[in-house]
Design a protein around this ligand. Structure first.
Ligand SMILES: NC(=O)c1ccc[n+]([C@@H]2O[C@H](COP(=O)([O-])OP(=O)(O)OC[C@H]3O[C@@H](n4cnc5c(N)ncnc54)[C@H](O)[C@@H]3O)[C@@H](O)[C@H]2O)c1
Ligand SMILES: CC(C)[C@H](C(=O)O)[C@@H](O)C(=O)O
Ligand SMILES: [Mg+2]
Length: 351
């Protein structure tokens, strides 16, 4: 069993280090190889996703990813920016299904941005499409008829792209509360009308799942008003990006939300995938030992479960994280004083 570890930029290396320590402590016989990705890869090798990094990712059973993004690189041509590395990995490896679970941990109800009685009911899964949408359409700058500069990004989804993510979402709903909410903007966008039509077609294969459609603006509102009503949410790349950051604050902090990005490729042990916190490189706190590593530690648990078939080890990590949070060992993002390594030490002590 082999994991490619891609720490990346900013707090990426800090949070990834703690997740690697947790995996090592379980002594599961997993080999871990590290490579450069993002702004640090651009600075060292001239490209945010060097060929050797992609080769290592392909040759592994799973990828543990930190975060990419570096303010020094924000003025580079787009194809050289750090963010292109994560977009490139998702696309090159056909990791089209991004699972972003959001659940309130016992004892953290009062740390949510919502009232505790509202927050306490949250247990949802966002299934975000990851290979299409406005992210990957034609984009550029041009001059309009008035001679002004104009930027454009084409939004589109093909029916096969919607169908494959729909099946992932319906199957996820079957394994949970059997309720699926498809989020779109079909009142305005043809991309969303196609999305909705295909979701309705696929629903015929899953008669036990109760399907609801919701416009994204309403979904953003309902996520704050009554988040406990959601079970599985399926949505496109852009809406899923935004709603998952919002869901993180409903739970308490962006430093708590993990993710799995999966495709169809099977390895000897499970489904090949990339695992990362939903947050970014957080340049404002990078290098200070302040980042909450829980999202990355929980991503490591998802990796063990989905890609390596090690469900018991994943359960152990998740139980340790829950115990540490219940003990009140919290980082600054949750109003506490614990640093990155201190939180990692606390998880190790509970394993
Ligand atoms: N998948 C990724 O690698 C990824 C995801 C999101 C953003 N980014 C990139 O990261 C850079 C910064 O983006 P941003 O500021 O919009 O988003 P961000 O998620 O990096 O940070 C947003 C805010 O949340 C805080 N935060 C994030 N993670 C935290 C943690 N683990 N513990 C405590 N606080 C945490 C940050 O300090 C900041 O105040 C940009 O270059 C962006 O493109 C990368
Ligand atoms: C960094 C960026 C490309 C990325 C995205 O938009 O998907 C990030 O926000 C995320 O949520 O993983
Ligand atoms: Mg995001």
């Amino acid at each position: 069993m082999k994991i490619a570890v891609l720490p990346g930029d900013g707090i990426g290396p800090e949070v990834t280090r703690e997740a690697v320590r947790v995996i090592e402590a379980l002594d599961l016989g997993i080999a871990m190889d590290e490579a450069l990705v993002g702004g640090c890869a651009y600075k060292a090798k001239g490209h945010p996703l060097p060929a050797e990094t992609l080769d290592l990712a392909r040759a592994s059973d799973a990828i543990l990813f930190g975060a990419v993004g570096d303010p020094d690189c924000d003025a580079l041509e787009r194809h050289l920016r750090p963010e292109q590395a994560i977009l490139g990995l998702r696309k090159e490896l056909t990791l089209f299904a991004n699972l972003r679970p959001a659940k309130v941990f016992a004892g953290l109800e009062s740390h949510s941005a919502l009232r505790p009685e509202v927050a306490g009911a949250i247990d949802l899964l966002i299934v975000r499409e990851l290979n299409g949408d406005v992210y990957f359409g034609e984009k550029g700058f041009r001059q309009n008829a008035k001679g002004e500069r104009e930027g454009y990004d084409i939004m589109s989804y093909s029916e096969s792209e919607v169908r494959r993510i729909a099946h992932v979402a319906f199957r996820a709903a079957m394994g949970r509360g059997k309720r699926l909410c498809s989020v779109d903007k079909a009142n305005v966008l043809e991309t969303s009308q196609l999305w909705r039509d295909v979701i309705v077609e696929v629903a015929k294969d899953y008669p036990q799942v109760e399907l609801e459609h919701m416009y994204v603006d309403n979904a953003a509102m309902q996520l704050v008003r009554a988040p406990g009503k959601f079970d599985v949410v399926v949505t496109g790349n852009l809406f899923g990006d935004i709603l998952s950051d919002q869901a993180s604050m409903c739970v308490g902090s962006i430093g708590l939300l993990a993710s799995a990005s999966l495709g169809e490729r099977q390895t000897a042990h499970g489904t090949f995938g990339l695992y990362e916190p939903i947050h970014g490189s957080a340049p404002d706190i990078a290098g200070k030992g302040l980042a909450n590593p829980m999202a990355t530690i929980l991503s490591a648990a998802m990796l063990l479960r989905h890609s390596l078939g090690l469900a018991q080890a994943a359960d152990r990590i998740e139980a340790a994280v829950a115990a540490v949070l219940a003990d009140g060992v919290l980082g600054g993002d949750l109003g506490g004083t614990a640093g990155t390594a201190e939180i990692g030490d606390a998880v190790l002590a509970k394993l």
